[in-house]
Design a binder for this molecule. Sequence first.
Ligand SMILES: Cc1cc2c(cc1C)N(C[C@H](O)[C@H](O)[C@H](O)COP(=O)(O)O)c1[nH]c(=O)[nH]c(=O)c1N2
Length: 240
Amino acid sequence: MTDDRTHRPNQNRPFSDEETSGLYRAIHERRDVRSQFLPDPIPPDVLARLLDAAHHAPSVGFMQPWDFLVIDSKSVRSAVLSIFEEENRKAAENYEGERNAQYKSLKLQGILESPINLCITCDRSRGGSHVLGRNSIVETDLFSTCLAVQNFWLAARAEGIGVGWVSILDQEKLAKTLKLPEHVYPLAYLCLGFVSEFLEQPELQKKGWRSRLPLADLVRGSTWGESLTEPALEAEIRKG
Ligand SMILES: Cc1cc2c(cc1C)N(C[C@H](O)[C@H](O)[C@H](O)COP(=O)(O)O)c1[nH]c(=O)[nH]c(=O)c1N2
């Protein structure tokens, strides 16, 4: 696989309308999936494209700290599911009464229903002790790996593949189950597969757990307490 995989001539021209709307469509219609997985296998060429998309994420100092564990082993997945169940029991203790019942009714993983799981890890030692740009903020390797996850997630949506991120996991137990070296952190545990449907809105919103905040409440001016100085931008943001 080469860097030229998605090369197009005239790379500096803006995207066509169709390309632009395809990108925004992937962004808006990406979902976290855990209830709608189909068992159909993901064709190898498709999975390779998604991994290649992840590998083209930005990274601090071009560190590329990620590795990808393609987990098809049933026994490994069952072990991860056990870790989830234990952690999820603990997580449920954070809620009382009706909220507790609502929490317990949520489906928060698709570890066995999805045909494949993927762990995207972060090798915290890659690139040696001095990575350009990582001198002050050591966590930039983790941030970079999150961007690889997002690339993967968006490309998957475009390919019609659902992705669900499972983070209700004890990271130490997960690392042990996956036999990761000491310096490798299991950043994202993902379930992947074709889906019966992509929900129109986040599952948590659909189930009344939490809704999307208005963007206008989140955009601020130059400092935290200031408003935007550009009224036209303010108006555009309020339009929604
Ligand atoms: C870092 C991180 C970790 C998790 C998630 C996401 C992210 C970014 N999400 C998915 C999350 O609930 C979902 O993204 C939001 O509800 C918004 O929905 P959409 O992703 O827009 O469909 C998630 N979902 C779930 O069912 N179990 C989980 O353990 C997690 N963990």
